[in-house]
Ligand binder design. Structure first.
Ligand code: ACO
Length: 421
């Protein structure tokens, strides 16, 4: 392989080094481009630009491959717990049984949140979107834990990570319990990390809680599948906010806001709303396929297409099987699943979708599972946020430890040139 590329500009030839990743991706290192040539690159949406080197997640969108720290998403979803995957992403290796039990104990120690946060939660109007609430509560955590992280202190860094891992699920459960009008509760020290998430979300005040393996297994899978996805919109947000040396909680809160949009994490809510709309309209999937293809109609088939997967999203394959299992085991008969399957079948053979390589993404089936578990539709993106938390933490940690410079893109100015007032 060549180890550099040449750029000819204004009759001069410049050379820029090539960088090769461990999976053979090749990038042109243009760090000195502006200094040497006076030029910058223009790449709206960063479709061709790498913002960092990273050791955390590998994905090959053409082949439909996703790996965390080298382990395939299929293996992790089938053989690991969410907490093991959290450990893997943040600390680089799967935990030994001792390491797992140590981190579980550390999380238990930090799993209370200041009771005054309840006043902030209650000050939101009933109809407030849970993503706005979660982002605000995460931000408010800073006020109750004001010391910023000194990244040169491993102990301080570790404590901030444990605190957010322990407290965010409590905030997620409070957000859901507020939507459902249920009393706000805390975790139970006798339960595992994922069992506790289920307990805090679903426990009824008048009933003893008993852990349901179908629910815990489905949550484990969903959270693992969402745990990281390299430099997507919310992760890039977390890294760029953190690059100004803003704290971990502030950066995560910004990531939650970025995830909210319907083109990113908000798609899981949008998928169910779309399927409901098709059902209410009489269930004619062909009519909605035609709308999705009509360039004069803003309607898009939500849950289809992906910036990097130009093949099946490997997470969608796992989730589709899990959706079938969960609905069967919980005895739920959801007509929306049939509409989803019909849409998928039609899209997979439709030339418009085939030519543009538009396949179902992770969000196409996740909402069907959340619905079967009794999670309100507007909470779906909050579930995604809880799953993505370890990815955001791992990426933030890597960015700070690599001492990356502040994120500050340039622009090509196209406005008025200098004029008199
Ligand atoms: N329905 C209909 N047409 C679509 C869809 C869709 N869901 N997605 C893309 N297209 C079409 C576009 O209109 C465009 O057509 P054209 O070439 O004729 O102009 C072509 O496919 C390429 O689409 P882009 O929007 O340029 O692709 P991009 O990579 O920028 O966008 C995105 C990817 C945002 C995910 C897009 O596919 C989309 O809007 N999908 C629906 C929303 C969704 O499911 N988002 C979740 C993503 S996964 C996640 O965040 C976890």
């Amino acid at each position: 392989m060549e180890d550099k590329v040449q750029l000819i500009y204004d009759s001069k030839t410049y050379e820029f080094p090539l960088v090769k990743g461990t999976e053979n991706e090749i990038a042109i290192d243009i760090k000195s481009l502006r200094a040497e040539t006076g030029l910058i690159t223009l790449d709206p949406g960063f479709k061709n630009s790498g913002s960092c080197k990273s050791e955390i997640t590998f994905l090959d969108g053409e082949k439909g491959i996703l790996r965390y720290r080298g382990y395939s998403i299929e293996d992790l979803a089938n053989k690991s717990s969410f907490l093991e995957v959290i450990y893997l992403l943040i600390f680089g290796e799967l935990p030994t049984p001792e390491q797992l039990s140590k981190i579980e104990d550390e999380i238990r120690e930090e799993s209370l949140v200041d009771e005054d946060l309840k006043a902030i939660l209650k000050s939101f109007p009933k109809g407030a979107h849970p993503m706005g609430i979660l982002s605000s509560l995460t931000s408010a955590l800073i006020a109750f834990n004001p010391s910023s992280v000194d990244i040169n202190s491993e102990a301080e860094f570790h404590k901030a990570i444990i605190m957010i891992l322990a407290k965010l699920p409590v905030l997620v459960s409070w957000t859901q319990r507020r939507v459902k009008g249920l009393p706000l509760i805390y975790s139970d020290d006798s339960l595992s990390y994922t069992e506790n998430i289920a307990q805090m979300m679903f426990k009824k005040p008048n009933k003893e809680y008993s852990s349901n393996p179908t629910i815990v297994n489905a949550l484990n899978k969903l959270l693992i599948l969402h745990a990281d996805h390299e430099q997507n919109c919310s992760t890039s947000t977390v890294r760029i906010v953190g690059s100004s040396h803003a704290g971990l909680f502030a950066s995560i809160s910004a990531g939650i806001s970025a995830l909210w949009g319907p083109l990113h994490g908000g798609a899981n809510q949008a998928v169910i709303e779309m399927l409901e709309q098709i059902k209410m309209d009489g269930g004619d999937t062909k009519k909605f396929m035609a709308k999705a293809k009509d360039k004069n109609d803003p309607f898009r088939l939500m849950g289809f297409g992906h910036r990097v997967y130009k093949n099946f999203d490997p997470r969608a394959k796992i989730i589709k099987v899990t959706a079938d299992e969960v609905l069967k085991e919980l005895g739920v008969n959801d007509p929306i699943l049939d509409i989803a399957k019909a849409l998928e079948l039609e899209a997979l053979k439709d030339p418009y979708f085939v030519e543009r390589k538009l396949y179902p993404n992770v969000d196409f089936y996740s909402g069907i599972i959340y619905r079967a578990l009794g999670i309100p539709t507007e909470m779906f993106t909050v579930m995604f946020a809880m799953g993505r938390l370890p990815g955001w933490i791992a990426q933030w940690k890597e960015m700070r430890l690599n001492k990356e410079p502040i994120g500050r893109p340039r622009q090509v100015y196209t406005g008025q040139t200098s004029r008199e007032l």
